[in-house]
Write a protein that binds this ligand. Structure first.
Ligand SMILES: [Cu+2]
Length: 147
């Protein structure tokens, strides 16, 4: 029995060693409508854990931030415009085209709040991201380059 347990433990360790650890990164957003990162690197098939954190002080109603990540080849200006109009859905558009384009997103965050976005890119390409609060897109956007 002891041998079997050891064998199982060894197998479990081997299986874990093969899965690449997730890429963890923190991106902050401030009252000047700036993300701390405009470019993030990712790898196909490797999980990403992106912590988005609002480090400003202006109340949520007038200055909240989030992160919406799009599939490669999507149209950020158009999707962001639709999201900015979706006030009753926390500024996440729900039409078919937007749903198909959005890979992952965080809710709108107020000062001091943070959220971890988890997703695993399945194909290489440029995953554009932006803040969908009305008027923030022009300053708050960036790209996850997945190779
Ligand atoms: Cu914002």
């Amino acid at each position: 029995m002891k041998k079997l347990t050891t064998l199982l433990l060894l197998l479990a360790c081997a299986a874990t060693a093969h899965a690449a650890p997730p890429i963890k990164i923190e991106v902050t957003a401030n009252d000047q409508m700036r993300y701390s990162s405009k470019k993030i690197e990712g790898k196909v098939g490797v999980a990403m854990e992106i912590t988005i954190k609002h480090i400003g002080k202006i109340p949520k109603a007038s200055m909240s931030h989030n992160m919406v990540i799009l599939k490669p080849g999507s149209m950020p200006p158009m999707i962001s415009m639709k999201c900015a109009q979706a006030k009753d859905n926390n500024y996440i558009a729900t039409d078919a085209e937007s749903k198909a384009a959005i890979v992952a997103y965080s809710p709108q965050l107020g000062p001091g709040e943070s959220h971890v976005i988890k997703f695993t890119p399945k194909e290489a390409g440029d995953y554009k991201y932006f803040c969908s609060f009305p008027g923030h897109f022009s300053e708050m956007h960036g790209v996850i380059v997945v190779k």
